[in-house]
Design a protein around this ligand. Structure first.
Ligand code: F6R
Length: 267
């Protein structure tokens, strides 16, 4: 297993910088697997908060590999995904339900009734209640042992987009329906064919729910993420850079970066 090239302590977080993308993804998969195993060993079960997007794909491939080798079981695991487009059918290949099925759920022994995603088909009038219900499910499951996060180029976490909001209000944001930011829509156009086809809204797990996880693992890879990484770790805590809100929970956040994503960090 490759060790990080550099370890930094920044803004209350451990920042592990790896020489390249494969070693960063390997480290992230190992960290998730360790959290899963230790939660199962101590409490008999593990509760994982999961992300979608390009970053976690190789991480899920590693977890699937560990499962195939008989090194990792999801039989005692519950998962809660960060977000889902709205509205969207779960059968749409662009739904995050489909993504999770493709990359993880169909390859491991996770019981079907423990793989939870926000539902892009709930009536619009029920989305607030659905978000509250999702937060209640997580709490009733004992809370998240770990929340896996990617980072948007605009600093978003989940689909908590940059907002003009006082920090104390941003920290309390619950799971809810949101409008996607133009940068997010531009980045999603590769999945939908072009920007005009991108679904403009999403249900997202809230900032408060993310911060309540017992540990948070943020993975950011590539030069496109360098600015958002630096703003999240060096900048002030502000709702304009949602990644910076992670500074409000010192001691529980680990960042896994490759060198290109870490290039704007000092220290
Ligand atoms: C996905 C999610 C997003 C992504 C972020 C980075 O569930 O919540 O915040 O993690 O947009 O996406 P990639 O990994 O595609 O660069």
């Amino acid at each position: 297993m490759s060790a990080p090239a550099r370890v930094l302590e920044l803004a209350g977080a451990s920042v592990l910088v790896f020489a390249d993308r494969p070693s960063a993804c390997r480290a992230a998969a190992n960290q998730l697997a360790d959290t899963l195993r230790s939660a199962v060993a101590t409490r008999g079960r593990a509760v994982l908060g999961l992300a979608t997007g390009a970053t976690p794909e190789p991480i899920y491939a590693k977890l699937v590999g560990m499962h195939r080798e008989g090194e990792l079981s999801f039989a005692q695991v519950a998962t809660y995904n960060l977000d889902e487009y709205y509205p969207i059918s779960p059968f749409d290949p662009n739904s995050y339900r489909s993504y999770m099925h493709r990359h993880l759920f169909s390859h491991v022994d996770l019981p079907a009734n423990r793989a939870h995603l926000l539902d892009g088909t709930v009536p619009e009038a029920a989305t607030t209640e659905h978000g509250e219900q999702f937060d209640r499910w997580i709490a009733a499951d004992g809370g998240l042992d770990v929340q896996l996060l990617g980072l948007g180029r605009n600093g978003h976490i989940g689909f908590n987009e940059p907002l003009d909001l006082p920090v104390d209000e941003a920290l309390k944001l619950p799971t809810r329906l949101v409008d996607l930011h133009p940068t997010t829509i531009a980045d999603a156009s590769k999945d939908f064919g072009d920007a005009s086809r991108v679904i403009r809204r999403a249900l997202t797990v809230g900032v408060a729910t993310i911060l309540a996880a017992r540990s948070i693992l943020v993975v950011a890879l590539g030069p496109n993420k360098a600015e958002a990484v630096a703003q999240s770790l060096h900048g002030p805590i502000t709702a304009q850079v949602p990644g910076s809100l992670l500074q409000s929970v010192p001691g529980k956040v680990t960042w896994i970066l490759d060198e290109p994503a870490a290039q704007a960090l000092q220290g």
